[in-house]
Design a binder for this molecule. Sequence first.
Ligand code: SF4
Length: 386
Amino acid sequence: MQIPRNPTRAVPVGSVTIGAGNPIVVQSMCATKTTHVEATVEQIERLWVAGAGIVRVAVDNRADARALAEIRRRTGANLSVDLQENYRLAEQVAPWVDKIRYNPGHLYHHEPQRAWQDKVRAIVDAAADGDCALRVGVNCGSVDPAKRPKYADDDLINPMLESAWDHCELLDSIGFTRYCVSLKDSDPARVVAANHRFAGQRPDVPLHLGVTEAGMPPEGVFKTRRALEPLLADGIGDTLRVSLTVPNARKQEEVEAGLQILADLAAGRLSTAAGAEAAAEPTGLDIISCPSCSRVENERFVELAGEIREMTRYAAACPITIAVMGCRVNGPGETDHADLGVWCGPRHVRLKRGTEVVGSFDYDEILGRLKTELDRLIASRNASPQ
Ligand code: SF4
């Protein structure tokens, strides 16, 4: 089945081109420590062999940036780098990668007195010198703080869109058009709405599709399909990632899931049209969990996410959201919209009820504490008048 695609610009990334009618590129991201060169190269190769057209690696500091130079020497994969908060590393990493991803919401963490436009210009200079493409990667949990107060608390779409449009306008005005945009959220319906609106206004800009913190398979794949299938069927999206919480040895499942979505789409097998399990809107308990990355400080994170899924099965029918995040940096923000949230540090796990921190607990006691909070929440909801 040939689906007409949006007439997007061509964005070359190493040996592949995103947009302009080229085959949709499936991406994935390493969850190894970037400074563990051996393990990272091994994971890159596994993802590449599985069919990833681009593999992303996170860079947090100068040691990671130095490791990237060695990683580049050892792999022929098309590499993208995630700058996380540290935009100043762009110059250091650009010679070793094919694409740089920055998050507009993270540009405020360092040098808050410096205008975001200057920071983007610095990233653009590095990308142009290094022959790299860019991705403006907007996430619902980390938008430009200046955008939030303009909209209602529960409006998560407009701040994301405004942020993306502002950055596109700036990049275009600089004359740097080798970029794509992503608008990710953990809620598939919001991903569909945000990408539809963006594509309506900027059909020329290639879109990287994905549901952030989709969680563990198979639910994480179903959730991703609910967002990606309707978008792809409308000709929206030039590259995609299925973000899954899986152990390092199973990371290639992200690529396999992405390729399967594209194969099903080409064969006209849309699960969202067929009313299959993948299409069913979850009405009960929803666990959102991050795919992990080099920032995970305790490898028990993935195991813990699985244990939380098992422990909470008794509450499957309750419309409650639990967020499980792998690190202290993004954990606090990314759990804000969940009813209960946990994020993992090296030795302790923080527990949150809404935006309020309940406390910090050992890995061995967190399940019990989370269950106590879950039971309280269920009881309070049962007690409140309908
Ligand atoms: S929440 Fe932290 S560990 Fe998880 S993917 Fe995001 S940055 Fe990486």
